[in-house]
Design a protein around this ligand. Structure first.
Ligand SMILES: Cc1cc2nc3c(=O)[nH]c(=O)nc-3n(C[C@H](O)[C@H](O)[C@H](O)COP(=O)(O)O)c2cc1C
Length: 198
């Protein structure tokens, strides 16, 4: 499925959606989201989202539950690449358990796309710039936000529903996502078919 929405229409349609039908989402839709978030669009590796000093510290992980053509599990995902299975099984309940407060849309999403980063590499790269030690992390958060909004506009354009979640226990979430320091989760997008179009 492709979209006929203009950018203006996708901007107007974007809303946080936390109620999903449970119907499987197409793998190609998820691959479009990955391409929107971190697609490589330039000969020198430039991407759909800007990156301070072109360091590109972000990495994407997919928790697949109900995805057409993909067994439930944890995947490493990159634009234009087939998802790489890291761990089989339905990890949505464990991810929901690691969220702060009750967030049933984590377990109810068809899939969850997580944006992670090597924060430490960027902090070291910008260590000499004030505010000392903080500039690098600030840049990574900004970059993750840009990538997330790109993906959310693609969600809207595809008629899917999604919500950005950043309220989670960092350590527990990193464990579910199979991340080891210095990689850490920054946010994730819960995705699925919305129960009602707004
Ligand atoms: C940094 C950030 C963190 C967020 N964390 C959560 C979250 O943990 N759980 C959640 O359900 N929504 C989360 N949201 C979504 C907001 O609740 C939502 O964007 C807001 O209510 C406005 O609604 P709208 O997105 O439909 O315009 C977050 C949004 C941002 C920007």
């Amino acid at each position: 499925m492709t979209s006929d929405l203009s950018l203006q229409e996708a901007l107007a349609a974007r809303r946080s959606n936390r109620d999903f039908t449970g119907r499987a989402v197409p793998l190609e839709s998820l691959q479009r989201l990955v391409g929107a978030a971190q697609g490589v669009t330039g000969a020198e590796g430039q991407r759909t989202a800007p990156s301070a000093h072109a360091l590109y510290p972000l990495g994407l992980r997919l928790v697949a539950g109900e995805v057409e053509g993909l067994e439930a599990g944890l995947y490493e995902v990159e634009a234009e690449q087939a998802p790489r299975l890291l761990k089989a099984g339905d990890l949505r309940p464990a991810l929901q358990e690691a969220a702060l407060e009750e967030q049933p849309w984590v377990g109810g999403a068809a899939a969850i796309l997580a944006i992670c980063a090597d924060m430490e590499a960027v902090r070291q790269h910008f260590a000499e710039q004030p505010p000392l030690g903080e500039r690098g992390s600030r840049y990574v958060y900004i970059e993750a936000g840009a990538a997330a909004q790109n993906a959310l506009l693609q969600v809207a354009a595809d008629g899917l529903g999604g919500v950005l979640v950043a309220g989670f226990d960092d350590q527990a979430t990193a464990e579910v996502l199979g991340l080891e320091a210095p990689f850490a989760p920054l946010l994730y997008l819960c995705l699925g078919w919305p129960t009602q179009a707004e």
